[in-house]
Write a new protein. Sequence first.
Length: 277
Amino acid sequence: MSTQQRPADADSVRWELTAKRYRGGRFMDPLLAEQFRHAHRNLVRRWAPGALQGRVLKTDVFAEATCPPRAFSWDLCPQEQLVSVEISSGLTAAARENAVALGHGAASYVTGDARTLPFADESFGLIVSDSTLDHFETGDEIRTSLRELARILRPGGTLVITLDNPTNMTQPLFCLWRLFGWSPYFIGRTLSHGALEEALRACGLEVTDTTAILHNPRFFTKGALRLLRATGSTRLDGFARRCLRRIDRLERLPTRYLTGLFVAARAVKPGSRTSTT
């Protein structure tokens, strides 16, 4: 692990301050929140349908705590099977409160660091990590967290992971956004789909699929939706929703790693699945 790693309590404070700015969906248009939720939920259902019958771990609860319409974890499986881990105790409490208010109170919420997860070896049949590990300051921290996820994954279990896509065509604008401090949250290191595959294999996992998801051009889409909201009308929401769904068909093309906002990978831990409970 890099000697430059920030302590967990510093990261916790950072995310609690970020949540105060983000809470209520201020930075996430409802249509984009819906698109994010559907894309991740459908990816998990496509890649790990059988694993949804067992114990499921979801890394980070930022969406559940600050923008519930963006949260997809509550759609995945019976809530008593769902465990979510989050570095910030404040976000953990907020996610739990929202879950109860929305009728998902049976899910479990645990405060913990992805770099040193508070779970026993081989605890979960499915782990879902959606743009969690791309908020660290170093690539070593990403790889450390991947080793932890591999450790707690059962033999025969599945890891579905997404990270910010560094080969997306809008990445130069994204870097400027970060450089000038315009981002409402901390943007960390990430891995390309090839580097992610390599890192997963180094953890002893078998990579069975990779893709790129969410193909709307981030900055242009947000600008267009802000103009739409400025009219005070929702009459064009249906048209905008259909456009977003059609844009996501770019995932089918060989150029998907140039247009997708996130790289995604499915990895399986070698061995036989012994139990789904």
